[in-house]
Design a protein around this ligand. Structure first.
Ligand SMILES: Cc1cc2nc3c(=O)[nH]c(=O)nc-3n(C[C@H](O)[C@H](O)[C@H](O)COP(=O)(O)OP(=O)(O)OC[C@H]3O[C@@H](n4cnc5c(N)ncnc54)[C@H](O)[C@@H]3O)c2cc1C
Length: 498
């Protein structure tokens, strides 16, 4: 029964703490803020409520497993889960609109044939079949197992298979990036390209350099579905926190960790901003790499994985809108309004170019009665991926609203007030430099898109959450909690929870 200091109360750290407590350990979670959840926050005003972090849940199986393993309770008994239908509406730059059904790949193909033209669905389906191969090859090492000590194998080998080539096109190249898949395998139709590349943009990845295996991102969504949580995603954070309390995990809020204490070459506790020291046999850090570096300035603990520094990783700008008037019947939960100019948007996001006019935005209109004062009002959130450290000016918000109007007609006339959440707000909520938001770990790309191993170079110190293996996002961070708990409970022989 070991005392374990857990730094931060993000979703990954809480998932680890609950599992460690069930295994008989005594975790104490030290959180600098006054609440838990990190990125998974909520703002409330005048009867409106908005998620400040992710609003939809992919792969709920990860949280099902957490609640079963830490208390034999089905997730559905603790939070309301609904598969959103349609999964998403796409509004392309040329005005083409299509609704894609949730987790019905045949339905997606039909919708694409109808919207883009005969053959589009077949091309997309063939791509999804190749994406499934990449998923099958990487699901265990990039979701369910601790990072392999020989992770270079993952960095060097592209798991996305080559598309079969027609004889005449023997000279054709094999796609190595997501952008190349768009041209070589989806025929370069700007709408299919936009559909594909939006998956990279939504995770802050550059489709021109994201490896072909980033195909697992659309595969996950279109195969396993997208879920809404009743009351908003904060309700999931509430449930994980409640589970921790039930398992006697101790929480201290307003407790900023300023140093990891090292004794005899091992992590031996943490020091807090008020100077007190918390002794521990293990330390679990659920914080961004820049924070971790500051906690152990004398040594590098992150191992050899060449993951991008958070300073290069994009953030998000979100505008929450309180609207008068009811949400129209049949409104999709999520609409992606594609950018007007792909080249300008990529240059803005990844090459330091000027602000793109009308960038790609995601509009969320949940229809959850608990998030509005009454049925005569609507809560809408509009999110755009922005460059790291982006400063937000009034003109940027205007661009976002202009794009959102394509999904919410009459938006300006209905607007009561709006609240802007900037990269700086995200940095405040998570501690990540520039408000960077980590993506799920991906293979290939010379290892640039892997995340640091959960075991660090300092014995007794483990990394959990979106900035460690298997990367960012709610399911992946939840899995990191399972992996860290497994590594502490079972030791270095632990090979995954399945
Ligand atoms: C706007 C936004 C949109 C997102 N959208 C998506 C999405 O669509 N899909 C998706 O999969 N993921 C999305 N994410 C990412 C997802 O929310 C996170 O990857 C996930 O919540 C995992 O978080 P974490 O465990 O890494 O902890 P974090 O949420 O990063 O929390 C870290 C915690 O550590 C605390 N902390 C930091 N430093 C210290 C210290 N020195 N001492 C004590 N405590 C400290 C912080 O206060 C914070 O509570 C989004 C995030 C944001 C912000």
């Amino acid at each position: 029964m070991a005392r374990i200091a857990v730094i931060g109360a993000g979703m990954g750290a809480m998932a680890a703490a609950a599992r460690l407590a069930v295994a008989g350990h005594r975790p104490v979670v030290l959180e600098r803020a006054s609440t838990y959840g990190g990125a998974v926050g909520r703002i409330e005003r005048d009867g409106f409520a908005f998620d400040t972090g992710p609003a939809l849940l992919p792969l709920p199986a990860v949280y099902r497993d957490l609640f079963i393993k830490t208390g034999k309770e089905p997730l559905e008994d603790l939070v309301g889960l609904t598969q959103v239908e349609p999964a998403v509406r796409h509004v392309f730059a040329d005005g083409t609109t299509t609704d894609l059904p949730n987790a019905r790949r045949a339905g997606v193909a039909e919708a694409l044939d109808a919207a883009v033209g005969a053959g589009a669905g077949a091309r997309w389906s063939a791509f999804m079949n190749r994406a499934r191969e990449a998923w099958d090859r990487t699901r265990r090492p990039l979701l369910e197992e601790p990072l392999w000590p020989n992770w270079q194998v993952l960095a060097d080998r592209e798991p996305y298979p080559a598309a079969p080539r027609k004889r005449l096109l023997r000279a054709a190249r094999t796609a190595t990036t997501l952008a190349e898949i768009g041209v070589l395998e989806l025929g370069g139709d700007p709408r299919l390209v936009a559909l594909l590349e939006q998956y990279a943009l939504a995770y802050g990845l550059d489709p021109r350099t994201a490896p072909a295996s980033a195909a697992v991102l659309p595969y996950m969504e279109q195969t396993f579905g997208t879920w809404a949580v009743t009351g908003g995603m904060r309700a999931l954070a509430d449930a994980v926190y409640a589970r921790c309390l039930k398992r006697k995990v101790e929480f201290r809020f307003g407790a900023e960790v300023t140093r990891i204490v090292e004794k005899d070459g091992r992590a031996a506790g943490v020091e807090l901003a008020d100077g007190t020291v918390e002794d521990a046999e293990f330390v679990v850090a659920g914080v961004a790499p820049g924070v971790l570096d500051r906690l152990l300035p004398e040594r590098s603990v992150q191992g050899e994985v060449p993951a991008r520094s958070e300073a290069e990783v994009p953030s998000r700008l979100t505008v929450h809108l309180a609207l008068r008037g009811a949400r129209p019947e049949g409104t999709p939960h999520r609409t992606v309004v594609h950018g007007a100019d792909r080249g300008a948007e990529l240059a803005w996001l990844f090459d330091g170019g000027p602000l793109a006019q009308r960038p790609t935005v995601t509009v969320l209109r949940s229809g959850d009665a608990s998030q509005v004062p009454d049925a005569e009002h609507e809560a809408v959130s509009v999110t755009v991926t922005v460059p790291p450290h982006a400063r937000v000016a009034e003109g940027d918000v205007e661009q976002v609203l202009a794009a959102a109007e394509r999904a919410v007609p009459g938006l300006r006339e209905r607007l009561l007030w709006h609240e802007v959440r900037t990269p700086r707000d995200i940095a405040e909520a998570t501690g990540a430099d520039g408000g960077a938001v980590p993506a799920p770990a991906l293979a290939a790309a010379r290892g640039n898109l892997l995340q640091a191993a959960n075991r660090t170079a300092l014995p007794g110190l483990f990394a959990v959450g979106g900035w460690s293996h298997p990367g960012g996002g709610l399911p992946h961070a939840g899995m990191s909690g399972a992996l860290v708990a497994g590594l502490i409970v079972e030791g270095p022989e632990f090979r995954g929870s399945q």
